[in-house]
Design a protein around this ligand. Sequence first.
Ligand SMILES: Cc1cc2nc3c(=O)[nH]c(=O)nc-3n(C[C@H](O)[C@H](O)[C@H](O)COP(=O)(O)O)c2cc1C
Length: 199
Amino acid sequence: MEFLKLANRRYATKVYSSQKVVSAETMEELKEILRLSPSSINSQPWHFTFVTNPQVKEDLAAHSYMNGDSIKKVSVLVVFSVTKDIEKFEQENIDVLPASWKDFYVTMVKAHGDGAVRSWMENQVYLSLGYFLSACMALGLDATPMEGIDRHAYADILPLDGQDVLFAVAVGYADPSDAFHPDNMAKSRFAATRIITHI
Ligand SMILES: Cc1cc2nc3c(=O)[nH]c(=O)nc-3n(C[C@H](O)[C@H](O)[C@H](O)COP(=O)(O)O)c2cc1C
C-alpha cells in the first residue's frame, strides 16, 4: 500500500488483541530496523529494550498510568532510552567519528553546554521513534508511542546500564473494537493551510 494510504490508517492504538502476537521473525526485523535508525552525525545515543516477558510487562504496566491495560495485552513493549553519561558518550560514540563530524558536535552542540548536549541526544532518540512508527505501519503492525510512563520506575525494573528511559512503544495488532480505530473514529489534524507554507 502506498505511504499516504497507510498514514491515514495508522493510529495510536488503545486496545490490542491478546490473541494475535508479533512473530519472532517480525520482532527480529524490528530490532534490525531500529539498529538502522538515522541520527545526527551517526551519533546513536540510544538503547532499545524489547519486553515480551509477561511478568515484566505486568510490572511496567503498573507504572504506566492510562497505558497500563494496553501494555498488559500487547505483544511487545519497546522501551527507548538515551545514554546518560555524556563523557562516556563522547568517548564511545563521538571520538570514533571522522574529524569533520566531531567538529560539528564540538562547535554546534557541545559549545552550548550539557543541557544542549542532552537535549540534542534526546532529539536523536525521538527521531528513531518517528522512523520506528512508520516501519511498524509498513509491516502491517499497530503501535502506540507512550510518554505516559513513569521513567524512573521503568529504569528500576529494567536491566539498563547507563541509560535514562524516555518513552515506550507498544507493538502488536489492534482489536477492531477499539474506539480509536480509523474505522470507528475519523483522523483529527489541523488543515494544511494552517501548518504548511509553500513559497
Ligand atoms: C511522543 C508521543 C507520546 C505519546 N504518548 C501517548 C501515551 O502515553 N498514550 C497514548 O495512548 N497515546 C500517546 N501518544 C499518541 C498521540 O496522542 C497520538 O499520536 C495523537 O493524538 C494523534 O493520533 P493518531 O496517532 O492516532 O493519529 C503519544 C504520541 C507521541 C508522538
